[in-house]
Design a protein around this ligand. Sequence first.
Ligand code: GLU
Length: 428
Amino acid sequence: MNDKAYNPFEAAQTQCDEIAEVLGLETATRDFLREPMREYQFSIPVHMDDGKMKIFRGFRVQHNLARGPGKGGIRFHPQETIDTIRALSMWMTWKCAVVDIPLGGSKGGVICDPHNLSAREQEQICRGWVRQIARDVGPYLDVPAPDVMTNAQMMLWMLDEFEAIHGGKYPGFITGKPISVGGSQGRKEATGYGVIFTVREALKELNLKPENTSTSVQGFGNVAQFAIQLYNQMGGKVVCVSCWDQKENQANSFYKKDGIDLDELLKITDPFGGIEKDKARDLGYEILSGDAWIEQDVDILIPAALENQITTDTVDKISKSVKLIAEGANGPTTPKADKILKEKGIFVIPDFLANAGGVTCSYFEQVQSNMNYYWSKDEVFGKLDEKMTSAFISVSEFAQKRKLHMRDAAYTIAISRVAQACRDRGWV
Ligand code: GLU
């Protein structure tokens, strides 16, 4: 039995149904929360560099806008599906609610692989995405952001297209912009740093000092890189990272017993987080299989790549030494594997709490953009730490009081906040 073929949206709906049952929500509220309020699927025609036209498929799903404008990233991925986007939009609703920011949940995507696209083609996809949906998104309606394989430059192309269509300046339309054009200080670091703020709080509960711990990380993109940076600054040692090798079409793990050197690895990493294998070997890294990150004898695991990674196939590979899992990615653990983690007694910081630093800083960026006045980096990090720490403490206290695991506690808090907003508006 495995859960490899699981559908993330069905998993997200099951999670929602289970908590709705515990909360005793009315049928209409359950029916409302388990489906997106609105979804858009569209074609994006692009004139490719070879002179041919190519049609890309784009999506935007607005799961729930009861607590405020929709918020959520846009993913560029060859295996993107509407169901993945539906699940991710629902998780965005819970994420914004658990950190108590006044935003709803959305997500977008395009089926494409930026590795194989020139900068001009990427720009055409970004502008084309905005052209298809320009009337249904906006600073007070639905605010996109970067996600897997999208970046600040792409956000700026999207903003530029939106402003051209609407004939004005709307810096609050999108977040994750370059700092020179309305971006926030600290947005780039925010998701990874946020993961480590929650790790720091969890380690206090586990009576462990960061400097006495070691970690293995799945992924080496934006989230992983900044999580490693802050964790190293706190004295922790990362012994293994994994990443996708585009040429080999498989993942590899990079191991160094005395700890990886973030700066030296960054020098041999492409913009999508792919580490050059041969150069890493020359630097003394052991190259292991893609799954090896999960088998390490470490204290902490940080899955910071994609959904559906800790499954019934891989969960038993987790070493007995692991005490804490901080989910940097969205949906890395399947529900079946999650049950096994509970049996193993591993403390899990669920994705929509652990990685909420990104959207929290996006909220700060939106506030700054809308007032066109910008804060210093220290101010942003101070506010981010405060928000993440207080969200972690609320979830952890609730979990202890109700004898729940962290994930169930976080869901209970988030879903009741969203259900309340829907009721207050008279929607259910
Ligand atoms: N894509 C990030 C996430 O999954 C950030 C979303 C945002 O900043 O709106 O949380």
